[in-house]
Design a protein around this ligand. Structure first.
Ligand SMILES: [Zn+2]
Length: 260
């Protein structure tokens, strides 16, 4: 009993003793009278044990469902977080430039993604694909290695301590904010990687592999997908996210991977 600690320990012990006396008294009254061959003390103990089992079972069955629901939710979130962290670490390409806070940031990022089903589905969609993620201070970019006929691989350059501040003109009127946390900006890059690796034919129809910059049409499609993703995420967690129509903006230092 976690509650039986400190000053409440004696109270708890007395409560248990009082309960035991009550159970014993009731047990001795309703004990099986046909079992006269057993001594009265043994009959009381036997019936008392039965009472405790019945009372315990009914208490468990009448427990508020929310408790079981919360425990189940915590377990599934913990499993999802471990799964997200495993994927992020498998995709991560360590370099000597990795920030000291990187492992801590990856853990927080995994927890953030795990709690948002749409983000988790996006991350899981690129698990095991030809994708690498690597640290690059002050940069968010997805580089795709491809020929005119085939996408070979993608690399996301990511700074977990840089947030994106977009220009007001690029944000839609109903946007609650024009700033995106490093975590949400990372999701934007995941959308680029997902488009290149999972829908390669369409990607190659809109992107020239030799070009270092994505054409307007491709970027517009990714930003449209980002609006859908952010709208669904904000509907679930009420966190403000930018709803935008363009890429214009700048990166600014962030205190944490989920800060804006
Ligand atoms: Zn983009």
């Amino acid at each position: 009993m976690d509650q039986c600690s400190g000053t409440s320990l004696q109270l708890c012990q007395r409560a248990w003793q009082a309960l035991a006396v009550c159970v014993r008294a009731v047990a001795c009254r309703i004990g099986p009278r046909q079992s006269r061959s057993y001594p009265p003390a043994l009959r009381c103990r036997f019936t008392g044990a039965l009472l405790v089992i019945v009372l315990g079972a009914s208490a468990l069955m009448s427990a508020p469902p929310s408790f079981a629901g919360k425990t189940e939710h915590a377990n599934s979130t913990g499993i999802a977080e471990q799964r997200a962290l495993l994927i992020l670490r498998a995709l991560w390409l360590p370099t000597r430039d990795d920030a000291k806070t990187l492992q801590q940031d990856l853990q927080v990022l995994a927890g953030y993604i795990a709690e948002r089903p749409q983000a988790l589905a996006l991350l899981e969609s690129v698990a095991g694909k030809a994708l690498k993620i690597r640290y690059r201070k002050g940069e968010f970019r997805t580089k795709v290695s491809a020929t005119n006929f085939r996408v070979h691989a993608a690399t996301i350059y990511f700074d977990p301590r840089s947030a994106a501040h977009f220009s007001q003109q690029g944000c839609l009127e109903n946007s609650a904010t024009c700033q995106a946390s490093p975590a949400d900006t990372f999701l934007h890059e995941l959308l680029h990687a997902s488009a290149a690796l999972l829908d390669s034919a369409d990607f190659l129809r809109t992107v020239t592999p030799a070009s270092a910059i994505y054409p307007h049409r491709h970027e517009s499609e990714i930003i449209a997908r980002e609006r859908q993703l952010f709208t669904a995420m904000t509907a679930a967690d009420s966190r403000p996210r930018p709803l935008r129509s363009s890429h214009a903006g700048k990166l600014v230092p962030a205190r944490c991977v989920t800060c804006i």
